[in-house]
Design a protein. Structure first.
Length: 368
C-alpha cells in the first residue's frame, strides 16, 4: 500500500533518506529530527506481523499505521506501507523455532535487524536511498575513514546490543537521529510537537511477537510435553514442567515452585529435564567464561591473529550496563573472561563486544 502525501521543499537535497517508522515515540521523533536537519525523508512502515498459513495474526498494525499516516501528513512526507511477512517467516521466525528446538536461547531481534530491516528491506527498497534512518538508541562514529557503530548518549536505553550482528555495509548506510538524545528528551520533543505517540508505552523489544504471549507462540509450534524439574545439587524432583522449550537459562519466574527463588541452571533436551538451583547467590547460575562461535567484526578486525588477551567491555544480553573483561582467540573461537561473575550465560544468545570505553561496538558471536 502506498500513501502519497505532498512533499515540502527540503532545505537539504543532497541525501535521499528512508525513515523506518513503527508508530512508537522514538521513530516518530526520528521524522521530526530529520526535518529539523533539513531532510525530506520517505517514511516506511514495515509489516512483519506473525501470520502463518493457518491465519495466526497478532500485530496491532492498524493503530500503528494510523499514527504513522498522521506523522507523514504533519511533516509532508511520502509514506509507504510494505510487507515483509513471508521473508520474516522464512528467516527470523524459522531461526527462532529451530533454536528453541535445539535447547538454545534465540535472539530474534538481532536477526530481525540484520536480515529484515537492514537486509531484505535494503534489497527491495532501501537501495534507492542514500541512508536509512531508524529510532534505535545508537550512534555512528567516523574514525580513520571508516564508519563504526557506537553507543548512544542514553546508556540506559542504548540498543547497540540488538545491532551487534549487522555488517559494515549496513552500518555505513544507517542514521540514528535520536542517538544523541536522552529518552526523556525524546519524550519532551514528542509532547512539544503534539505527536500522537508521545505517551505511548515503549515496546518490549520482541519485534516478532507484538501482543502475543511468548509461551503461547512457542506452544503453537512445539506443543507441550511434560518433564521433570530437578534440583541440580541434590537430584531431588521438585515438580514438573510442560516442555524444556518454555524455559531459558537464568529464568526465575514461571517455574511454579515454592520456597525459592529458583533459577534454571541447565537443560537436558534429550530427557526433557530442567535443572534448577535455589538462591540469588548460587554459584551455579554465574559464570566468568563465555565462548563465542562465529564471531564477526562489524567494521573491521582490529586485532587479527593474536596470542595475548585484549581488554574489552561486553554484554551477553540487552542491559543498561557493560561488563569489563578480556578476550582471547584460539583458531576461530573467541573466549571472553569476565572480570566479575555473570548471571545466566545462555547458549544461543549473543555476546557483543565493545572497546574498553564502552563507546565502539566491535562485533559479536553466538554463545556456545
Amino acid at each position: 500500500m502506498i500513501i502519497f502525501v505532498p512533499r515540502n521543499q527540503a532545505k537539504n537535497k543532497k541525501m535521499e533518506i528512508a525513515a523506518l517508522v513503527s508508530g512508537g515515540v522514538d521513530s516518530s521523533v526520528v521524522v521530526h529530527q530529520l526535518k529539523e536537519m533539513g531532510y525530506d525523508p520517505t517514511i516506511y512502515y514495515i509489516k512483519i506481523g506473525m501470520e502463518d498459513k493457518d491465519g495466526y495474526i497478532d500485530c496491532p498494525s492498524e493503530e500503528d499505521i494510523e499514527i504513522v499516516t498522521y506523522i507523514a501528513k504533519k511533516y509532508g512526507c511520502r509514506f509507504e506501507v510494505v510487507s515483509l511477512h513471508e521473508e520474516y517467516w522464512d528467516t527470523v521466525v524459522r531461526y527462532t523455532i529451530d533454536s528453541v528446538k535445539r535447547g538454545l536461547t534465540p535472539n530474534p531481534d538481532m536477526m530481525c535487524n540484520k536480515l529484515i530491516k537492514f537486509g531484505v528491506f535494503e534489497q527491495k527498497w532501501g537501495h534507492n536511498f542514500d541512508k536509512i534512518a531508524t529510532g534505535h538508541y545508537a550512534t555512528t562514529t567516523e574514525l580513520d575513514g571508516l564508519t563504526w557503530l557506537s553507543t548512544a548518549k542514553d546508556k540506559v536505553k542504548d540498543q547497540t546490543y540488538f545491532l551487534g550482528q549487522i555488517s559494515y555495509v549496513q552500518v555505513s548506510k544507517l542514521m540514528f537521529p535520536i542517538g544523541s538524545l536522552l529518552k526523556s528528551e525524546v519524550r519532551k520533543i514528542a509532547t512539544r510537537e503534539n505527536l500522537p505517540s508521545a505517551k505511548r508505552k515503549d515496546s518490549q523489544g520482541i519485534c516478532f511477537l507484538g501482543k502475543v504471549n511468548y509461551n503461547e507462540f512457542i506452544e503453537r509450534y512445539m506443543g507441550r510435553k511434560e518433564g521433570l524439574i530437578v534440583e541440580l545439587e541434590t537430584g531431588n524432583i521438585l515438580g514438573k514442567h510442560q516442555g524444556y522449550w518454555f524455559h531459558t537459562i537464568g529464568q526465575r519466574k514461571g517455574l511454579g515452585l515454592s520456597g525459592g527463588p529458583w533459577f534454571v541452571i541447565k537443560k537436558d533436551i534429550n530427557r526433557n529435564i530442567i535443572y534448577v538451583s535455589k538462591g540469588y547467590d548460587t554459584k551455579h547460575q554465574f559464570g566468568e567464561v563465555i565462548n563465542l562461535q562465529g564471531f564477526e567484526f562489524i567494521t573491521k578486525d582490529i586485532w587479527g591473529d593474536f596470542e595475548d588477551e585484549k581488554e574489552i567491555s561486553f554484554k551477553i544480553r540487552h542491559t543498561p550496563g557493560f561488563t569489563k573483561g578480556v578476550i582471547s582467540k584460539k583458531g576461530d573461537m573467541y573466549t571472553i573472561h569476565s572480570a566479575e561473575p555473570v548471571q545466566g550465560i545462555a547458549a544461543g544468545q549473543f555476546g557483543v563486544v565493545y572497546d574498553q570505553g564502552n563507546s565502539l561496538c566491535l562485533g559479536s558471536g553466538m554463545i556456545i
